[in-house]
Design a protein around this ligand. Structure first.
Ligand code: ADP
Ligand code: TRP
Length: 327
């Protein structure tokens, strides 16, 4: 499956519940768009999820759900090596070796740890060590690029530092990865006009059904201008979402009616809900189809792990020899 002339892209996604349309346009979709250009490795970061999960049933369900989500939006397991992190034991193996190479003060500078500390959250060792498992994820596969949002950039830098440290101590072994910062020009706004985010409770779930979409769209915050009044489309939360879902021609017409007066927020929202449903229904249907056969999906992950493991094992053979645990 792997094509030698393509650069290697790798990313992990944590199973953390229902994705929203902000996640879709801001990350998931761009990710699928990259699958042809690169040889991509995508995995479900279930070991990372364990730093916060205590509910095995929930974790299993979230893991399957996330695989359904990605397959439904077009991630192609024929092109992408798609697997579950915990199925390739080399990740934790290499993580341990990195533990022995890294100092506590260095890891204490990581944003995620500092945030947790500031919020007075209990920090388990796994959470403290999170960046080094992530470094292992990345470095095992000779990754060239790691597509991430701004918040994960530091983690990729830690992976680079760790690669350099290892190479310096034991000789050239790991390729230095670079972050591919996803285009977040299109920050999707939520129902209240702030950035759409799970933590603000203002989301529209990507796989919401028709009725839920209609109901949520009806709650988008607007000013109280009447139907005939002129409105500034650039200041309207409903219009901001039209830009993502409404076809160009209709969008131009709606824009004119905003400026000239003659369209009320109720009508604008009805059109938006319709267009969102036109866009999202095929994804929702595809997801429902995929979710009918979890055994097939588990098989996809198993095959992905078989392919990924070959590469990870070869890398670990080299690492074991370099550090002297091979005999
Ligand atoms: P949330 O804020 O809902 O918890 P996450 O922080 O888990 O979302 O984000 C996962 C990915 O989705 C990140 O790459 C992030 O950049 C992207 N993303 C999240 N919300 C938005 C948004 N409103 N607009 C664009 N991209 C977003
Ligand atoms: N930490 C990443 C996140 O929260 C998930 C992740 C784990 C990851 N391992 C990775 C991302 C390796 C990129 C590469 O989103």
């Amino acid at each position: 499956m792997e094509e030698n002339n393509k650069k290697i892209l790798l990313s992990g996604v944590k199973p953390t519940g229902r994705p929203h349309i902000g996640n879709y346009f801001g990350a998931m979709k761009q990710f699928v768009d990259l699958q042809d250009k690169y040889q991509a490795y995508v995995f479900i970061a279930d070991l990372h999820a364990l730093t916060t999960s205590r509910d095995p049933k929930q974790l299993r369900q979230d893991t399957l759900d996330l695989v359904f989500d990605y397959l439904a939006i077009g991630l192609d397991p024929e092109k992408v090596i798609f697997f579950k992190q915990s199925d390739i034991l080399e990740h934790t193996n290499l993580g341990w070796i990195f533990n022995c190479l890294t100092t506590m003060p260095y890891l204490a500078r990581a944003h995620a740890f500092k945030d947790a500390e500031v919020k007075n959250k209990e920090v388990n060792v796994g959470l403290f060590d999170y960046p080094l498992l992530m470094a292992a994820d990345i470095l095992l596969y000779d990754t060239d690029v790691v597509p991430v949002g701004q918040d994960q950039k530091q983690h990729v830098e830690i992976a680079r530092d760790t690669a350099e440290k290892f190479n310096f101590s034991y000789g050239e072994t790991f390729k230095l990865p670079v972050p591919l910062i996803l285009d977040d020009v299109k920050t999707v706004i939520g129902l209240d006009g702030q950035k759409m985010s799970k933590s603000y409770g203002n989301t529209i779930p990507l796989f919401a059904d028709e009725a839920e979409i209609k109901k949520l769209v009806a709650t988008i915050k607007t000013d109280s201008k009447g139907v005939e009044e002129s409105k500034n489309p650039e200041e309207c939360n409903v219009f901001a979402l039209h830009k993502l879902f409404t076809p160009t021609e209709q969008l131009t017409e709606i824009k004119k009616r905003y400026i000239d007066g003659g369209i009320g927020y109720k009508e604008s929202k009805d059109i938006l809900a319709d267009n969102m449903n036109k866009y999202l229904t095929p994804l929702r249907e595809k997801r429902a189809e995929i979710a009918k056969d979890p055994a097939k999906v588990i098989e996809i992950l198993k095959k992905g792990a078989e392919i990924g493991r070959k590469k990870a094992e070869a890398k670990m053979t080299d690492v074991r020899a370099k550090v002297g645990i091979d005999l």
